[in-house]
Design a protein around this ligand. Structure first.
Ligand code: SAM
Length: 260
């Protein structure tokens, strides 16, 4: 199996990867919200397109079938003590919220350990309902009890620390994670319209893997998972159907050089 590689093809078949060889899968699938991203806006009007187009509008049937293929391949390649993290958000169809709990139907043979609420301060705005300021991250394990969970590596400062009461100034970060999205002026920003932040993947990889482990992202986009993995000395394998995103990912990975 080749390591530290991104394949420019669909992850519906990942025949490059043998059974039970991946420690952790982390991914953010296409949301199929029927939007063509990559438009250039001025004064709230589309005035052109940016370089990288992203067509996220499949029929619901084709979308669910595609995800089913990718998730069953992901489970095939996961080790018996492996784990899978899926970031997905609410969609709005027919003017109402469709929460992403349907995703759990694909993972009835795994153990759901957490539904993380990723909360952020910034995003699209509306005056017909409250603005959405969170996404979900589902955390599944293949084995009920045996899985890597390095809690000590991701503890955060306890704001209400009282030495007489608590042993440590650090605490479990809980299942609500406040982390910025990759906004237009973020230094991490690439041309990819649906990039997740390195910080999010870093917490997942520190928790669920050890240095030298192998991480898979079947929808790797601009390569955020690979960047986080390389920085933390984990190996990565990625897939994306879009050749433009692959180039972006390769540039990002090259630019971080070799971690000390
Ligand atoms: C939500 S984006 C992932 C963004 C990524 N997390 C990042 O930080 O850049 C989903 C990606 O899935 C890719 N994609 C869609 N269908 C695919 C398929 N069948 N196989 C592999 N990649 C696919 C799209 O090109 C897109 O880059």
């Amino acid at each position: 199996m080749k390591l530290d590689i991104i394949y420019n093809k669909s992850s519906e078949s990942m025949s490059d990867i043998p059974d039970r060889s991946i420690d952790l899968v982390v991914t953010s699938p296409p949301y199929n919200i029927g939007t063509i991203y990559g438009n250039k806006w001025e004064d709230r009007k589309i005035v052109g397109s940016k370089d990288i187009k992203y067509d996220d509008a499949m029929t619901e049937e084709a979308y669910r079938a595609m995800l089913g293929n990718v998730f069953s391949e992901s489970k095939r390649v996961l080790k018996d003590e492996g784990q899978m993290w899926v970031n997905i958000k609410n969609r709005y169809l027919n003017d109402q919220v469709v929460p992403p709990f349907w995703i759990m139907d694909y993972f009835g043979d795994m153990f759901l350990k957490n539904i993380i609420i990723w909360n952020f301060d910034w995003g699209g705005t509306t005056n017909i309902r409250f603005c959405s300021r969170y996404e979900h991250v589902f955390f599944f394990t293949k084995h009920k009890k045996n899985y890597t969970f390095n809690l000590e590596d991701v503890k955060i400062p306890a704001l209400n620390y009282r030495p007489e009461r608590y042993k440590s100034q650090l605490k479990n970060p809980s299942d609500v994670w406040k982390m910025s999205i990759v906004s237009g002026n973020s230094p991490e920003r690439t041309g990819h319209p649906a990039q997740y932040p390195e910080e999010l993947v870093e917490r997942i990889l520190k928790t669920g893997t050890n240095p030298g482990d192998v991480v898979l992202d079947p929808f790797i986009g601009s390569g955020t998972t690979a960047v986080a993995a390389k920085k933390l000395r984990r190996h990565y394998i990625g897939y994306d159907t879009n050749a433009g995103y692959l180039k972006t990912a390769e540039t990002r990975i090259r630019n971080i050089g070799n971690p000390a």
